[in-house]
Each structure stands twice: as structure tokens, then as C-alpha cells.
Design a protein. Sequence first.
Lengths: 211, 792
Amino acid sequence: MSYDEKTNGQMDAIIARYPRSRSAIMPMLHLIQSRDGFVTPTGIEFISEKLGLTTAEVYAVATFYSQYKRKPVGEYHVGVCTNTLCAVMGGDAIFAGLKDHLGVGNDEVTNDGKISVEHIECNAACDYAPVVMVNWEFFDNQTVESAKTLVDDLRSGKNPAPTRGANKVSTFKETSELLAGFNDGHAEEGVQAGPATLLGLKIAKEMGAQL
Amino acid sequence: MTTVDSGRTESAVTPITPIAPVEQINLIIDGFEVTVPKGTLVIRAAEQLGIQIPRFCDHPLLAPVGACRQCLVDIEINGRAFPKPQASCTIPVENGMIVKTQLTSEVAQKAQEGVMELLLVNHPLDCPVCDKGGECPLQNQAMSTGQSESRFEGTKRKFEKPVNISSQVLLDRERCILCARCTRFSEEIAGDAFISLNERGALQQVGIYEKDPFESYFSGNTVQICPVGALTGSAYRFRSRPFDLVSTPSVCEHCASGCSLRTDVRRNKTLRRLAGDDSNVNEEWNCDKGRWAFQYTMAKDRIANPLIRENGQLREASWPEALAAAAAGLKDKRTGVLVGGRSTVEDAYGYAKFARVALNTNDIDFRSRPHSQEETDFLAAHVVGSKVNYQDIDTADHVVLVGFEPEEESPIIFLRIRKQVQKRALEVTAVTPYLSRGFKKLNAKAVLTTPGQEATALNGLSLTSKSIIISGERLAELAGGLSAVVKLANKSGAKIAWVPRRAGERGAIEVGAIGNLLPGGRPVSDATARVDLAAAWGVDSLPAEIGKNADQILAAANAGQLEALVIGGVDPFDMQQPPVNALEKTFIVSLEMRPSAITEFADVIFPIAAVTEKSGSFMSWAGTSRSFEKAAPDAEHRSDAYVLSILSDAMGTPINLTGSKAAAKEIAAVGSWDGARATFTATQAKNLHEGVILATWRHLLDNGSLQANEPNLAGTARKNLARVSAKFANELGVKNGDLVTVSTDRGSLALPIEVSEILDGVIWLPRNGVGAESLRILGALNGDGVRVRKGI
């Protein structure tokens, strides 16, 4: 039960961020995913020892949040929003289309290990519905066809750019390290609030609202 | 009367712990005014009026959580109403509060019915096959608060069942209502967060981490406080319906904590035991040994009739024949008496009186374990009559533990100390060679001490008159240890508490089952005390010579100075030197439940009653007695005191104890000695042994004879490991899991090691683990030198 020196150092750095060490559990779980690809038993036991918690306490957190995976996901984990708005705007069709296209079920991985799909809850991008996320980067206003092209591009190594945010899609492991709180240098890139988000503001200004 | 919890009933209103200074709050509940201390929860204030608000997650000894939502009530404060019903188990009272429960508010009633309907959506309603059926808060409150028809038409959630979360606790997840009582107990009270609420939403469930089972010494309490049938005990599962059981309040016979228990019997068979309710001692908890180690009382090999040895072979005999044989064998013989530490107060009194009146000797000792003259003096000077108790722990400023690991050796003391550590950061110091997990859970400051050097460690401590020094029976093995305790107490004014491991030891001291004390703490050396007791007993005189201790009795038997022994409840392998020669040479009368190492040598054996088969009492470490009644109504075995009494009749020197009740009455009549106590002379520490020094104590669950025939319980015992420091492991060239062999001139024992927080040059071994009975195998005590090598 051990990780390399760099990982150990990063774990210590995470713990040092908090006044009470057990607060570090969530970023530590992300860091485990960045190394192992998912939350492994080794990772749970490592964190429990590091934080002086029981394995059951760590396991409880790891199983509560759906972003912690308990089996390997694809290098690119594709989340299709199927909450109400995205669903009626085409999310359900995209999800069905991708499963069919890739030959996998919900939360399953393609044989080459490249892509996994999951239906996800609202990601606060209803104004760009239907939304697909690849390793938590936004791909807005998708259709069944655009989503199929997206996963095909990802599989063939083309690295399509997200609609907003970072200029590239990182791998699941790279993203997990970012989520553990280690900057990947892409923070300043890309569009943050897109036109649909700002539309209301624009109309309000046109109508002479005092803002 | 509706049962709210197993062992707790609606009418038993939970006492409110006063908080000083006690500001009183006035409020109105269902139109009745009530005044309660500030900080009281609404649900508890309602109890004061006899108003029962339905609840599941609420437990008076656990922190409020508001998880189940069953206790919703309407609340308004000074004319401002909460917009929706509130959980009365999480809201403290306020002045001017007007509370309307389901009794006076339709909104509250409807809210409670709605919650109940939702709780039952996924509940299987398998009450007819559920252990909890008949005493189930969910069942009862579904009747009182629920609706007779469910509107749910879907398919109920199903889980694989049951899950063994340990060998003794089973989990049926579909019955669970997610109140979190079990997980909160384990974390808050026991400090063993081995179970947790896992997953989320509709799949949320109680569980363990796959590789780490729920092996807490207190796990049984979760079965008892589970308000549904989700957690059940392996031993009791599918064995009975609660309404077929006859319950008898009882007392735990295992350790000296003094727990109140309840014994549930069906057709003379004990089917389960539950923690009783005594806020001064065990609150509402007990340990798993007290809960589950009772199968020995129903062992198939129980001795049914008296046995006498004829031509080397034991044969059954009638009582008159056996009594005559025993009386003939003991008459006018120089005899010693060994009581063991497991007798009830009344039985120990029987042995004490039998020794003096029928055998005319003070050669009696209850210590079937390593002991010393220093301890004998200490018991007479500082233990007999002492009243240091649980409440002193509650108010102590500092607790020092020496020769004592409370979680392993007296678990309810452990819980009590831990409660104060959690509540007010009570300072705990452990004088120990090895900082165990139990000490860590007490946040104890470790004074790591090589066994034998306790005096040095204790001399370095500074205490006050509000401090308590708790020493265990193991300290007797370490010369000078008890003397250092006395010295520290004299210097600081701190209180002394002494905690034996066995339930009967403290009572045995008080009733004189030891060579230097007569009943009531009367010193044998005091002529007035002897005369006083002789008068009470109606005998001419009592023997004046101070009695031998157990080791001396056995040595005298071996040397031919004693010709006979009366022995009850002794395992000779608990002594450092198993007294085989002494046993072979003497005429032995044995009082036993089951065949033992003693009965192999005995000339006459009398069967005696187990605790469930007689009445009696046990005295806890704190000097408080708790009496119990016979739980198995048709049991025919008789108490030790009664058997000794009819034996004394046969010898012509009657002790006139017709049973436990008569003995209890006589103990009260004889009373305690108010004259001078014995004085204590300090003993010097010895020089350290050569070689590796042994540290050893018993795990709570081990090869003890009262844990026989209970594999589910045994399955949760700690692993048998030898503990060494990292430095020492390195010198030996071993890492965790590697075997080392520990040897003495008597024998050797190979165990896997675990690197632990222990002094270099010390090795810790379990004293009586199954297959790792280090005392029996090595004959080595704390502070003795042993040899350690790598491998087998």
C-alpha cells in the first residue's frame, strides 16, 4: 500500500491546506483517481492511514459522490446531462445514441479503454442544453450526430476543443489531479460566460435597465 | 405499555442531566406548561409531561441528528410560528415556546403519518419472520402513527440479505430506515467507526469497508438500539419471539465493571442478554462479552450430579454419599480454600465462613492469578471499603491508568473515561510499556514504562485531590508498583481505584475470602475484630493466624503441610506455576460447573449453579453491589454457599447458609468493620531482568472458560500478535506478519509480529489468546525476561 514520492508529497500538501486534516479527504480521493484511474481499495486504505480515519469513514465519502469512480472509467469520461431541460432538448436521444454508437451501457467503458459514458445530473449549463461533458469540460448545444463525432474524435486522438473553458480536453487522470487542487495551467483559457448566458444581461441593457 | 426500545420502555422517562448553572425554561406543550433546564430538547421536555412523540433516530445518549424526521411537531415562539413542522429531537426549548404535537395539531399528525408512510415505502414488512417483531419501535409506531393502507404501488427496493458485517452482527439492509443510530453509537460512544452510511439516495445503506469487519467490542449495542430489525445478532437470530421470553434483571459475571444486564430465558434456556439501564454504571451499554458469552451455562458437559473418585476413577454418587465422602476427607485435616475470582458475593462469603468455621483456618484466597504480598497488604489497606466510583471519573481532573488497559480489562470503565475525554477533554495518562488502540481512543498521554519501573514513572507525575489513579490487578506482578501508587496518592491526595479483571474479586475481598481479612473488612490480626465476628457467627473463637495466599497454600500442599484443598471456580493455568504436584498430593473437594483441570484431580466434585440458575450479587470495582434473581426458573443446581453449608453440616460444624438469600442477609447483619484498617508497608521495585522484557495482558475476548461455545463472539476477537518496536523489529530482522518465537525455560510460542508503539527491548504478548496462551505456555509474567528470535 504505497504511492510514489511525488504523490506522497502532493497528499501532504493537500492535508496542509486544512486546519483539520480530515477535511482533505475529498481532494485526496481525486488525487487517488489521478494515479489509479479510479478510487482503488489501495487508495482508500492509504487515505485512511494518512488521515487517521477508519477505512469505513473514507469509504462512506468515496461512495457518496458520483464523481468518485469505483471501477476504471475511460480515458475520456463522457457525461450526458439527462436532467429535465437537457433531456427534452435532446439529452435522452444523445445518451441513447452514444450508448448505441459505442456499444456500452451507462457507466461502462469501451474495449479500448478510451471512452466511458454516464448520464449525469445538471451541470448548470441549461442555457446551452443539451450539454455533454468530457472529463468535466463543456461541449454545448450538442446533437446526437455531433456527440458521436465528438467521441470518435476523442477515440482517434484528435482532441477536440471544448466550447468553453480550457482549450483542450485533459485525460480523466489529468483532470482528477486538477480537481485535487493542482493547477494544470489552463485556468485562464477560453470563453467563461458565453452569449447564451449573457443574453438576458444584453436585453436588459438594451431596454435601458440601470445596472 | 408500548416498547420503545428493547430494554427501555415508554414509561421510563429519561432523566435530564442538569447543567450548571441551571437556567429554567418555561414552555407549553399541548396546552400544558412545563419547566425544564435550558438546553433540553423539545422531545425530552414532552417526555416530562408523559407525551410520547414518535421517534427512531433520537437516543438520549447520542448527539441529536434529525435523521428520521418521525418526530415532527408544530412550534411557535412568541407568536411566530415555524412555517412547517420541526423535528422535536433537534430543537432545544425556548421561553415562550408553544409546541403542538400530534395530540393537538392536525398538521403535526399529518406530517408524522406522511413520514411513516415514506419510511415504510421500502420496508419489507416481514415482521412475522423478523427478530425485532414484537418489540420493534417501527412496528409499534407504525401502529400508533401510521396508516393502515399504503399508497405505494411500486416495487420495493431489495438487497441481498443478510450481510455479515462481523461474525456476530448481521445486517438486513432492506429493513433499515437510515436513522444512523448504529453508526453514531460506533463513532461517538465506542470510538470504533467501522460501520458507516455508504452510497447515496435510494441506495444509501449501512455497511463496512469490505476488508475491515465490524469488530468492535461494543458492537452488540447497535443490535440493541437498532429501532428496526436491520441489525441482528447471529446467536439470537430466528431463535425466539420476544413475547415468549421471560426477562430477569441480572448482573454481568465477566469483568468488574458491574453492568446491569437483562437475561431473556425461554424454557430454561438463556437465549440472549441485553444491556440494562443504569446511568450510574453502564448507562445503557455493555460489551460484547457481557452480551454474548453465556453459552457456557448451557454446555452439554455440565456436571449434573456429585462425583466421587474410586480407584482413580470418578463415578456419580448421591448427594448424601458425596457429602459423607467429602466430610470424611476434610475432617480434622489441615485444609486450604481457593475460591477463584468469579464467585458471587454470597458464595464468596460461604467459602470465607466455611474456611473459618468448618476448617478453622484463614488459609483462603480468591486470587487464582499472579499475586503478591504487596497486593495482599494493599487490598486490606486501600481497597476494602473503598467507594471510588464512576461518578469520581465524571468529576476527575486527571485519570492515571497503571497496569490497566480499560478497553480490554474493564470495558465500561473505558466507555466512562472516553465519554469524559470527548465531553471535556479529561486528561488521561497511561503508564504502560505499549500504547494500545484503547489508550489512543482515550487520547491518553503515554508514559512508556518498562514493566517493573512503574514506580519511577508514577513518581514523576503531579496530581491533585481530584485525580484518580486506577491500577489493575496486573500491577501485583510488578514489585513496587502498588507501593508507588500509594505513595503518589499520599503525596497528591489523589484517589486510588483498583480494578480486578474478574467480577467476583472485589466482593471476595469485602467478605473475607482472603487470608488477612475477615468479612466486612475486619483485619484477622485484630483480636477485637475476631471476637466481634465470632459473636456474630455464634462460634467460640476464630483462627488468629494470618492465612496464606494462594501460592503459599499450594506450596504448603506440595510440601505436605496442607492435606486437603477446597477449590471452586479456579483454572490452575491462570497461575504462574500450575500446581499439578500440589493437586496430586492432596484430598480435593471441587465445586464446579464443568470438567476442568481441577476436577481431573478432585476426589469429590459437587455440581453448582451458573449465575442464571441462582440469585446473588456481584460487587463492582467501585464497591457497589448489584443483586440478581434466578433467571432460569426450573434450574436444579444450587449455589456454592448452599453446597458448602450442607457440607459443613455433614462435618458437624454448620455454617447455616441455606442459600444466597440467607447469605446476603447474614452479610448485611455482620456489617462492616469500623475499627482501624490495616496499614500498608511499601515494597521496593526489583532490578530488571536480563534479556527482552515481557509485557502482557488479556484481550477481552480470548480463551477464557466463560467464553466457551460461542464461535460468533470468538470470531471478533483480536488477532494474536506479538508487539515490538520498529527498532527492535529491525534488530530481529522481521517485518509485520513475520513470525518470532518467544521462549522461556518452560516453553516457546511463535506469533506473527506487529510493529507497535512499544518500548524498545520489550515484547507484548496476549496472555490467553486462543492458541496463544502465553502465560500457560511460557509461565512468564509482566517484567519477566524472555528470549526472542526470528522465525519458528
